[in-house]
Design a protein around this ligand. Structure first.
Ligand code: SF4
Length: 367
């Protein structure tokens, strides 16, 4: 049984978000001014229940709020009741080509489905999905992808484009509305950032359905995270987007980490430790890169939001450490620890500094 969302710590501020209608997946509100929801996708074989369960748990631990699973055949739907029983996070089935997989997944109680009208490519079958969604009360994402557009729409446009995706999305929204089912969200993804932004902007001007935002096939972890941060970041900054997924070729936990970085750096959600560290230079007398890398790994699954400074020397160290919630400033031989602007420890041996910082953070968040 899936419980209602346990809201993570978040604080919304700053930019004005576009008002969308609200829908829910597994009790989690999406759109209508609710916190922007973080999603990711399982990369295990859905026939391997144990590996898939383990990855689902890892994603949940990392803060993933909706977990999508590829369901390539009808038989793979068998995993749905198992996952829903074993782990308390809503599961969304990702369905292409065969609309019967969507019908089966809904019959087995999936929390939500994502269908691509381009790969189903048949209006009668899309209508069957809409009718089953209405009957089973299953929320649906209409997920357009520039690489797999409906043939019907492609006839009209000379090439797959933002306009073609928008037209296909609006058409299918109307098809679902006609059936009487409006628990919908929409995505319009392309691997080209400008095309993606164009599609979301255009759709958003014409419709108030909530939007799932992402850059598809963004690439490997490092470059893909940058590409996603630019594309998703621009849209979020314009107030567009109600749930996000960072698509990376790599461990999906990195997708969740990257998603929270984007939201945190835009001031849209506050979750986890925000590390402020200097780039180091010829003045640094400590292996700051190694310390920060280790520290980052150790605090990755922290829910509580804190600004933590780890700085290389006395030039900018004390200033940044004082401004942060807690901060470590290394000097020539030792380090100083600041908490809320005040020095609470000095003369800390370099090799003990990281652990002392961590201990103090634990005390702060567990108080
Ligand atoms: S804080 Fe110090 S060590 Fe770090 S970059 Fe600035 S001058 Fe260099």
């Amino acid at each position: 049984m899936i419980s209602k969302i346990q809201p993570l710590q978040f604080k919304e501020q700053g930019m004005k978000r576009k008002k969308t209608r609200q829908m829910h997946v597994g009790g989690i509100p999406i759109g209508g001014g609710s916190p922007i929801v973080v999603q990711s996708m399982l990369k295990t074989n859905p026939e391997n229940f144990i590996e898939t369960l383990e990855q689902t748990r890892e994603l949940k631990k990392a803060g993933c709020e909706l977990v999508r699973i590829a369901l390539p055949q009808e038989e793979t739907c068998k995993i749905i009741p198992f996952l829903r029983k074993e782990v308390d996070v809503p599961i969304i089935g990702d369905i292409h080509f065969n609309h019967k997989i969507a019908l089966k997944a809904m019959e087995l109680g999936i929390d939500g489905i994502r269908v691509n009208p381009g790969t189903i490519n048949n209006l009668r079958k899309m209508r069957e999905i809409a009718t089953a969604a209405l009957e089973t009360k299953t929320p649906v994402r209409l997920g357009m992808n520039i690489g797999s557009m409906e043939k019907r729409v492609l006839k009209k446009y000379t090439r797959p484009s933002a306009d073609a995706m928008v037209e296909s999305a609006l058409y299918h929204v109307a098809l679902f509305e006609d059936v009487g089912w409006t628990e919908l969200k929409v995505s319009l993804k392309a691997s080209d950032i400008r095309e993606t932004i164009d599609a979301y902007r255009k759709f958003s001007r014409k419709s108030d359905y909530p939007l799932h935002v992402g850059i598809t096939e963004a690439g490997p972890v490092f470059s893909g995270a940058i590409k996603s941060a630019i594309g998703i970041g621009i849209l979020l900054h314009e107030g567009i987007g109600d749930t996000i997924r960072v698509s990376l070729t790599g461990n999906p936990v990195y997708e969740v980490i990257a998603a929270y970085h984007i939201l945190r750096d835009l001031g849209l959600r506050k979750r986890g430790i925000n590390i402020i560290s200097c780039p180091t230079c010829g003045r640094t007398k400590v292996d700051l890169a190694a310390i920060v890398e280790e520290f980052e790994k150790e605090i990755n699954d922290f829910d509580s939001y804190l600004d933590v400074a780890i700085m290389g020397c006395e030039v900018n160290g004390p200033g940044e450490a004082r401004e942060a919630d807690i901060g470590l400033a290394f000097g020539a031989n030792s380090a100083m620890l600041f908490k809320k602007g005040t020095v609470i420890k000095s003369g800390i041996p370099r090799e003990m500094a990281k652990n002392i910082l961590k201990e103090e953070i634990f005390n702060m968040v567990n108080r």
